[in-house]
Every structure is written in structure tokens, then in C-alpha cells.
Design a binder for this molecule. Sequence first.
Ligand code: SF4
Length: 791
Amino acid sequence: MRLGFNTAFEQLYSRDGLVALDQAFVTELATRDVALHNRFVAARSRPATLPEKEHAQLIIDLGAHLEDFIAELFNIRVEVTALKERHSTLSPLYSCKRLFVQRKAAKSLNAEQTAGLDGNALEAKLKSCFVGNDSFELAFARSVIHWLDAPETNAEILQIATEYAAWAVHTKEGQARHAKGILFKIPRKLDPQHLVAVETELRDGVTVLKIPHSHRRTRVGFGLTDDGGTLTKTLDEANYCIWCHNQEKDSCAKGLKEKDGSFRKSSLGTTLAGCPLEERISEMNFLKSEGIPIGALAAVVIDNPMCAGTGHRICNDCMKSCIYQKQEPVNIPQAETRTLRDVLELPYGFEIYSLLTRWNPLNLHRPLPKAETGSRVLIAGLGPAGYTLAHHLLNDGHIVVGVDGLKIEPLPQELSGVTALGEPVPFKPIRDCGTLLEHLDERVLAGFGGVAEYGITVRWDKNFLKIIRLLIERRCNFTMIGGVRMGGTITIESAWKMGFDHIALCMGAGAPTIITMENGFARGVRAASDFLMALQLTGAAKTDSIANLQLRLPIVVIGGGLTAIDTATEALAYYPVQVEKFLARYEVLCSLSSESAVRAGWSEEEQEIAEEFLSHAKAIREEREKSTPDVGRLLDSWGGVKMVYRKRLIDAPSYRLNHEEVEKALEEGIFIAEMLEPVRVEVDRWGHAKTIHLKNPQGKITTLAARGILIAAGTNPNTVLAREDPTHVTLHGKYFQAMNEAGTFVTPESSAKPKVPHVLMSFEPDGRAISFFGDLHPSFAGNVVKAMGSA
Ligand code: SF4
């Protein structure tokens, strides 16, 4: 395929081709804007000494030029212009919101004064004055901006608009009418103790926290539960941002600091260190708000090239450190993910994103992959730390082999550029990224991505994993092999013998923490991570899978972290899928023989469980046939899913780190019981969990019915290699022992942004070394984006 600037598609994947492309960009820039070209060339020659403000401004100034260059390169000027126009069409919404709704209308009438207003009558009057076919909010915004040009002439209609806006902002009816819009939504003040609106209820003998039933969301199965927000919403966030890079106060990226330079803590005790990758968030928001979508993505990719693996419903360290500490922060992850999607949805969107990960002139430090070094690195583990590390090592000019314990399914070779046997073959440009996408509830697990594949729920679009995989799998110096366990299939010694110069361990989390309680290993009791992995890896959640993952209601999930939250939602979503599958198959079998023949082999216990499943499935089927089915109420009546935590919800890590996830889980219908600790599991006559005894701080015991008990008490780093190879590997507590470059043991700082990162852990006499990343490392353990930051 021939591209613009006399470039062949294949050149985009070779260093020489990228060098030529870079030169074309520099030449083009010189013809369009000499002053900017000169600033750019000068900055490139001294990126480390460039003052931060100048650096940020240069990125912004270059963004639009890069966008034009890419549009021409891929011959998609029409489509890029259309995308830009979609941004500018929406822009009246944000100026009207800021200048009229927030500054004037919402302040001119308070909640009491708006209570008596007739929203319908005001709306009718306004509509009679609108022109065009825009949605109500856009028509309102355009009209108000127009009327404000002549405020005296339009005084009467502006008064009506003021009253309507105040009514929409302050009254419940107005808020409900505009629940899906953005124009009349004013950022809420934050009360750290009440970040989630819950109500209490006495349920099965315990007081539980829950969300009002009217706020519940019906979830059916395992399709994507959250599409990540529209362009309208994203631009609302980008315009809400005050672009703090202008004051060098972009705490979302750099963290909020105390006077002594240490990171501040929130009132809930969370360290406000900002984005672990120090992504250029402020610059992204500015470029996006200006309608420069490719430029905005290029700003993200500078520090977060694997941004398909971050963003919406994955990370929120940035939001916690946003300059807005007393009111709702900017929803940065949503803005980031929409920014990526907008580009991916362009023709050749994947190729544009992919190109930016290899060549990005906004990245002054490493705009191009470095020349080949000949060094060979083995990466063990292809989760977020491993794939991000692979990317950076490839761009640093090294040869990388990535192995993972999971079997990795091959992709079509015209996509990946490798055969099933790992032989390189030519690949085709991807014109329509949509062809890569699969429905999550039908998607076959591909084995790439570690915890992002088997641990993260369908709140996140796992199609992003295929995109990340293609970013690195197409690189000629990268080889990926699945089904290889470090310490088993391959050892450190054998890796050295194969000729590797460095080994990087990215093996993530390992064994779950066990809670000691009587009957803690009874049937029905399971580690949460084991349940989540079984659900994802076996495909049990899919309608056509015969994988056996038995789960009975009521379910109690022990723990207060984000894994407990995920476990609770997935268990609740899985139960109907499981029993409906059971009923469907039972009916097929019965139609092929007879009910008694089908039941002939069942034990007494199996009969009991089968009756339970069949009756529940029939009730669900009946419910689904109603005009307004409410399967949630049925699940509640069978005991539902209760998350039980030993402290208050506001002390729970899930609440402190990401209360949005708690809120979303409550919306799905889980209940939360506070201040209870598990003591003992009571079993039935077949040894299966029946009830769980829980103790409150005063020692009072409460008994809850629990047929499924899922323990989410944390996991430990996967350091089994220390037992298998004590010669090369030493432990320090539950992590690997770090070393400095002189080979002396050191204790890494417990911060995702350590002053000196220590990732080395072992040296060979000839200087070859082993390093460790992600959840294996005390500085970077905890979440996906910290793991990526370690790389
Ligand atoms: S996201 Fe928040 S901290 Fe970051 S630039 Fe915008 S307003 Fe400032």
C-alpha cells in the first residue's frame, strides 16, 4: 500500500522507514511554520533541559501539525475533518455551560426559588424559539449564545432560558430529565465520607448497604457493561479541566505535593501521587477540547504508549490527584479512552495509533526507535508490566522474547505478521479497526495480557488486548511464546545458555491469602481470584461452554478490596447464566431420552442442587417473558450476593482507591455488610458450605446463609521462582530482594514514583542481570497502571 509523502506501508514498521518519515515531517513543518520548526529542532537537541512550560506548549503547538501530517499520510483528510467537525459542532454546549448555566443561571435562582417553576411550560416556550433540528441541549446552547449577542433585545427569552436552566440544575425533575445530558450537570461537592449514596436495610438478619432499587442496572450475562462514554461527555470533561500545565500544576500527572516535596495524602489516607506514568493529561484535554483528536492521542502516547490498557474503568490514580479536591474531579480515564477510540474509529485508526507508538514527534526524548543494540532480553510474563516493558525495550533497540505460562492463541497471520509457528510473514494494513472487535460474551480467551485477560471483568473492553498485542507482535525484533513457565519450562540457567543478555520477570500476583476459619476449605468456599480465573479461563460464562463452575446462592464474598467488588458482581452475573444453561441442557437431554433416565445417575445431593437450579432457571425464564422483567429481585429473594468486610465501607481499599467501582457494583445489585469478620463455615450433611458465622467487633456472632463463599483477602506476589532457584533469586519479605547496580541489596521505596527505582535483583559474574516489575515489586505492586509504570 502506498501512503502519502512517498511512503510505503512497510516503511512504517522499519526503523529506516520511520527515520525517513520523521524527516518528511520536519521538512513539512518547515514549509508550514518556520518559527515552530526552529523551536522544535532546538528542543529536540536539548529535551532534558527544556523548561517544562515550554515543553508542554511545544507539544500543543505541534499537535495540530502532526494531525494534518497523519491525515495526509493515510489519505484520510475528509474523515479527519469530519471528526474535527463533530468536536466543533458540540463546542457551544461547553461555552454555554460555563458562561451561562454555571456562572449565571444556577446562581441567579436557588433550589427553593426553582421549586415552583413549571419546567414543561418553560421548555415549550424555548423550543418555539429554537431553530434547526439539534438535540434540546445543543439547541439550547446555540440559541443562548446567539441571544447573548444582543442581551437587551433578547431579555425576555434569556430570562426564560435562565429559569429553565436553574430548574434543570436544581430540581429533581429537571435533573432526571437531563440525566443523560451534560449541559445542566454541575460538578457535585465531594464529601469523602459519603462518596457513594447508599441506604441501609435489614436483610437476612444483618444490616446491609445497598443502592436504591430505582438506581439498579440490569446486567445480562457477560457483554461489555460500560461503553466508555460518548464524545459529548468526553468533551465535557476536557472543557471542565482547567489545563493546569499552564501553571505547572497538573497534579493529575505529577501528584499533589506537600511543602517538603512528599506526596500529599487524601483525607481517606490515599497517597496522591498522580498518574504513575505521568501521562500528559492536561495537554491531552486541551488538544481534545480544541478539536485536535489525533494530536490529543499523540500527547497521551508520549508517556503512555500502551494506553489501550489504561483509562476508563481501569485506573483512577490521576483523578484522585486532580486539582479539584473539593468537588468532582475531571473524569480523565474516560477522556483518555474516548480519545483513543475516536482515532481507532478513523480509517486506518489502528495503524495511526500503532505508528504513534513507534514514531511520535511529540516525544522529544525518543521520537523514533533507537538503532539495534543486538542485546537479547527475555521477558517472563506478558501482563501489563510485561507487554509495556516489551514495547519500551523494542523502542530502545533490543531484541525481545516474551513468554507466558498461559497458552497464547495465534491471530490470523495477515494481522499479526507471524505464522502459528512464529515465522515472520508480511501483514496487511488494518483499515477498519472494527473488524478486530468481538462481543465479549463470545470472545475466545486469547491468553495474552496476564491479569488484564483473566482478572479484569467485562467492565473493560478486552478487545483492547488484541490491539496491544498487535502493537508488539508485529515488531520484527519481538517473539512471543505461550505455555512457557519461568522456573519450569525454562529456567534462569537455561535462559542464560540460550544466549539472553537480560531476564525481566513480570509474573504478577500469585497465591491468594488464606483466611483461617473453621471449614475454610469446605466445598462451596473458594478463593476469589480462583473463581475469577476459572470464570474467564474456562469460558464458563459463555452460553455454549460446557465448563463446570458450580456456584450456589446465597453468596458471601469476604473482603473489601477491588477484587472483592469484582468477585461480587461477576458471581451475581454468573448465577443466572449458569442455571439457565443447566435448564436448557436438561431439557435437551430429557427430550432425547426421559427425565428419569437423565436423573438416574444423580446422587441425592446432586438431585437437591439440580432442583434448586431448575426451579431458579424456570423462575428467571418466566420473569424474562414479562414486559418489564426484574431478574434482580429474584436473585435478591434467593439471597443474592453480599460482600462482607471487617471494617466500615469507608475504610475499605475499594472505597478509598476507587469508590466509583463500589458504586457501579452496588448498581448491579450487590449488598455490603460492614464490621463483620468470618469465624466459621457450617456445612450440610454432604460437607458443602451452608452458613457462615460472622463476628462483629463486640464479639457478637451473626449467621448468614451462604452456599457460595468467595474469599478476596488479597494475593501475594508470584515468587515461587525463589523456591525453585535459590541460587539466582533471593526474597525480601514477600517480594524479591532488590539490588542496586553495584550489586548491593537495597530496599525499594514504597511508592510508584520512587526517587531511584530499583528493579535489579541478581547479577551473573559476567554482568548479565535479572530485573523484576509490576506486582512482583514492592514499589509498583497494586494495580495495572503502576505495573505499566514500572516498565
Ligand atoms: S485533570 Fe485536573 S489536575 Fe489535571 S489538568 Fe485538568 S484540572 Fe488540572
